[in-house]
Design a protein around this ligand. Structure first.
Ligand code: KG4
Ligand code: ZN
Length: 342
């Protein structure tokens, strides 16, 4: 008999967002996210401040998620939490909270890999997104990762290629910082790029292996380009902001598209998904969609709210693990380094 009352609480605290979500048989009932504004002033996430903010946010965020889902904590069947990868101090807050809540409610505990969860967000039951069939390729692009993953099953994932230095989200954020924009700069570059000419300025693409990425050279190239031009015209950034953003974004998205194209060619798999914070980017979403008609791919683009860090993705990963009876006991520890293939 199908159990119709599988409510799972998901908790995410790997970086600078505290989030909690309730999922009911694969459907998200609530997905509450508390962003930490405090880091904007520092140009990046300050781990110590992030951990402190998680401690302040976690109780109200969880309460709100239960309230929005219109359930009582006694209805929760299991608690899923992000075990890693991420900042140790941040992970510890979610991990210890999840453990004590599971203990007090006497329900099982489910440990989730954050990067797997980004990918598994595609399996949330939602009319606005279609589910990829196995095997599929997933371009996992976030603030900490840039990988091409071959997904053979929910928890069977293999990294085909990844960045040898910075992640693509860092490339966006560091470029934004050079332009004097606040952290996180990715969404702002995306916004300004929409009004600019993507071919106004040219930046060189890195030369690395077919399925590898590199973004540190690009960042240095952008820095020198800006320094040189600002020397000649102190108002260069203000006068050209939209064109600069459009050109940076165009270069980055071209790199991503080239690599995923290589992966499709090498594997013969043309079901292609994107996941992670950078999959919120309007240009990558557009270009991937275009690949359907241009190259005959089937593409899977997550709903906007499941792209950047959120507990909805932890809840769906938890639900899928629940169905497999994949539980952990309270001796489980947070894991700052945690491969998607583990
Ligand atoms: O997945 P995520 O929320 O956190 C990590 O797991 O790292 O990804 C955050 C990254 C940041 O670097 C942020 O600038 C980037 O995703 N990002 C974007 C956009 N929205 C978020 N980058 C480009 N365009 C966007 N619209
Ligand atoms: Zn993430």
């Amino acid at each position: 008999m199908i159990d119709n009352s599988i409510y799972i609480l998901g908790i995410e605290s790997s970086c600078d967002d505290t989030s909690a979500s309730v999922i009911h048989n694969g459907k998200i009932l609530s997905n509450v996210i508390a962003n930490q504004e405090i880091h904007a002033a520092y140009g990046g996430v300050v781990p110590e401040l992030a951990s402190r903010a998680h401690q302040q946010n976690i109780v109200p965020v969880v309460q709100q998620a239960l309230h929005k889902a219109n359930i009582d904590k006694k209805d929760v069947k299991a608690i899923a939490f992000t075990r890693g990868p991420g900042l140790m101090g941040s992970l510890l807050v979610g991990t210890s909270f999840a453990k004590s809540l599971a203990l007090s409610l006497n329900v099982p505990l489910i440990a989730v890999n954050h990067m797997q969860a980004h990918i598994l967000a595609h399996f949330i039951e939602d009319d606005a997104q279609k589910k990829p069939p196995f095997p599929f390729l997933c371009l996992t692009i976030s603030g900490g990762h840039t990988q091409i993953v071959k997904v053979t099953d929910y928890f069977n994932m293999e990294v085909l290629g990844e960045t040898i230095d910075d992640a693509v989200g860092e490339a966006f954020d560091k470029s934004a910082k050079i332009l004097g924009l606040p952290y996180p700069g990715g969404p702002l570059i995306d916004k300004y790029a929409q009004q600019g000419n993507p071919k106004a300025f040219r930046f060189t693409k890195p030369k690395v292996g077919d399925l590898e990425f590199s973004f540190s050279g690009l960042k240095t190239g952008i820095l020198y380009f800006i320094q040189k031009n600002v020397k000649e015209n102190p108002n260069f950034i203000e006068e050209n902001l939209y064109d600069i953003c459009a050109s940076i974004q165009y270069t980055i998205i071209n790199i991503l598209m080239d690599k995923i194209k290589n992966a499709v060619k090498e594997t013969g798999i043309n079901h292609v998904a994107i996941a992670g914070g950078v999959s919120a980017n309007s240009e990558i979403r557009k270009r991937l969609k275009q690949a359907e008609s241009d190259w005959g791919w089937s593409t899977y683009i997550p709903k906007f709210e499941f792209t950047t860090d959120n507990a909805g993705m932890i809840a769906i990963a938890g639900y899928l693990k629940y169905l497999q009876n994949d539980f952990v006991d309270e001796t489980v520890g947070a894991k700052a380094r945690f491969k998607v293939s583990e």
